[in-house]
Design a protein around this ligand. Structure first.
Ligand code: HEC
Ligand code: HEC
Length: 380
């Protein structure tokens, strides 16, 4: 039951990867056929041996190096025109700046592309389940996947739904690209390309993407001060207003609700939610309109906001919390007043500026400029 919902839901996300490709010109389709990725001489340090990763750091780093190339490689799509990175842009914390990402022929994803960051914890062992990479928390806006490696298999297995031949062809197709021989051999000891190797290495690459270098992170580590305005915003976020009760910003790993036991909330966006959110997975009406509490790291980079990208700016988000919350059926108690009605926070102009200044401290410039996360196919 769950399986079929999962694969159907994934279709919406990834179908664009492989469908509707007929109008793409062949030159675009073959865009990087002859381009060889440029990799550093020494293996980049994706994981460091802090005693948690079990002494295989060198191999993990080589697998992540392979994963980086796969993540940016258009050959993962049927018409060689779309890579993971087509929707997940490093400069935007691996999110997209469109409400719905565009695939082929202007086809749109059903939801806003979230950032990719802090998906694995520091201890890899903790996040491996039955030999596969799991996640630090539920994945996707509705939490329908919690195994990172399986998630990556969805776009691949979607090739099955689009044509069995293509799935069978993918490893062979990649093996024909000369640059993969060495990458697979270094990472796995042989040149053989398999779907498990593809998903594990991409999983390690994206799992290594950590946002922990922002001024906010440094502040939490006692290494820097926030300005008075930022500090005021931080205080408002955690005391006067209930933001911090859902968005646990001080937890760098995973989503806001991690550890709270309940990650999916209705924040009063629509009386009738066009997207059922969590209910699409559970079939439970009490989950209508509930979406995963987003991680606010790099929030200034990931506009537009919400599962459907309805708000273009942080100001619009604050305006929603200030005066726009609706009396939805599943509205979370944190956002109700004493009479059980949608709360009116009436956030003042000064407070709004302070909240935004605080949110902007979570931008991690290291992560978005780190060469080891960048496009290896880019030559200039
Ligand atoms: C056409 C745009 C597009 C492409 C291509 C794409 N994604 Fe995504 N990705 C999305 C959207 C949209 C979502 C959110 C889907 C949802 O929640 O229903 C998403 C969600 C994710 C998530 C979940 C993040 C979280 O915190 O929940 C991960 C991880 C991810 N994608 C990785 C990948 C990888 C790896 C690839 C390549 C194999 C890829 N994506 C290709 C648009 C895309
Ligand atoms: C009841 C829990 C809850 C409270 C309280 C709450 N939020 Fe949220 N927040 C969420 C959820 C859930 C979403 C995603 C909703 C969606 O997309 O449908 C969200 C979305 C956001 C986003 C957009 C994130 C993105 O990636 O698109 C921002 C910014 C944000 N909240 C800031 C705040 C601020 C500031 C406050 C306090 C004024 C606050 N939140 C209070 C649960 C909460």
């Amino acid at each position: 039951m769950k399986k079929s919902i999962v694969s159907l839901a994934m279709l919406a996300t990834i179908a664009v990867l492989i469908s509707c490709n007929k109008n793409k010109s062949d030159s675009a389709a073959n865009a990087n056929v002859s381009v060889t990725p440029v990799l550093p001489d020494a293996t980049a340090e994706y994981f460091s041996d802090n005693g948690n990763v079990g002494g295989e750091v060198d191999i993990l780093n080589k697998k992540a190096t392979l994963g980086r190339v796969l993540f940016y490689d258009n050959h993962l799509s049927l018409n060689n025109a779309t890579a993971c990175a087509s929707c997940h842009h490093q400069a935007l914390a691996f999110s997209d700046n469109a409400a719905f990402s565009r695939g082929f022929e202007n086809k749109q994803t059903a939801r806003n592309t979230p950032p990719i960051q802090n998906l694995l914890g520091t201890s890899l062992k903790l996040f491996t389940v039955n030999g596969k990479l799991a996640g630090a928390s539920s994945l996707f806006w509705d939490g329908r996947e919690n195994n990172l490696q399986d998630l990556i298999m969805r776009p691949v297995s979607n090739h099955v739904e689009m044509g069995m031949e293509q799935l069978a062809d993918l490893p062979a197709k990649l093996a024909e690209l000369p640059y993969y021989n060495k990458l697979f051999k270094d990472a796995y000891g042989s040149e053989s390309v398999t779907l498990d190797r593809i998903s594990e290495s991409i999983g390690l690459f994206i799992g290594s993407i950590k946002s922990q270098g922002s001024r906010f992170d440094q502040f939490m580590a006692g290494k820097t001060q926030l300005t008075a305005l930022e500090n005021y915003g931080f205080t408002l976020f955690n005391t006067k207003y209930p933001c911090g009760n859902c968005h646990h910003v001080s937890m760098p790993g995973g989503y806001g609700g991690m550890g709270s036991g309940s990650e999916f909330m209705d924040i009063g966006l629509d009386i009738v939610s066009a997207d059922k959110g969590r209910a699409a997975i559970t079939g439970n009406a009490a989950d209508n309109g509930r979406f995963k509490i987003p991680n606010l790291h790099n929030i200034a980079l990931t506009a537009p906001y919400m599962h459907d990208g309805r708000f273009n700016t942080l100001g619009e988000v604050i305006d929603h919390y200030s005066a726009g919350i609706q009396n939805t059926a599943n509205l979370n108690d944190e956002l109700k007043d004493v009479n059980g009605k949608a709360m009116r926070m009436n956030i003042s102009t000064e407070e709004k500026a302070a909240l935004i200044a605080f949110l902007q401290t979570m931008t991690d410039n290291d992560m978005i400029t780190d060469p080891k996360f960048s496009d290896p196919f880019k030559t200039n």
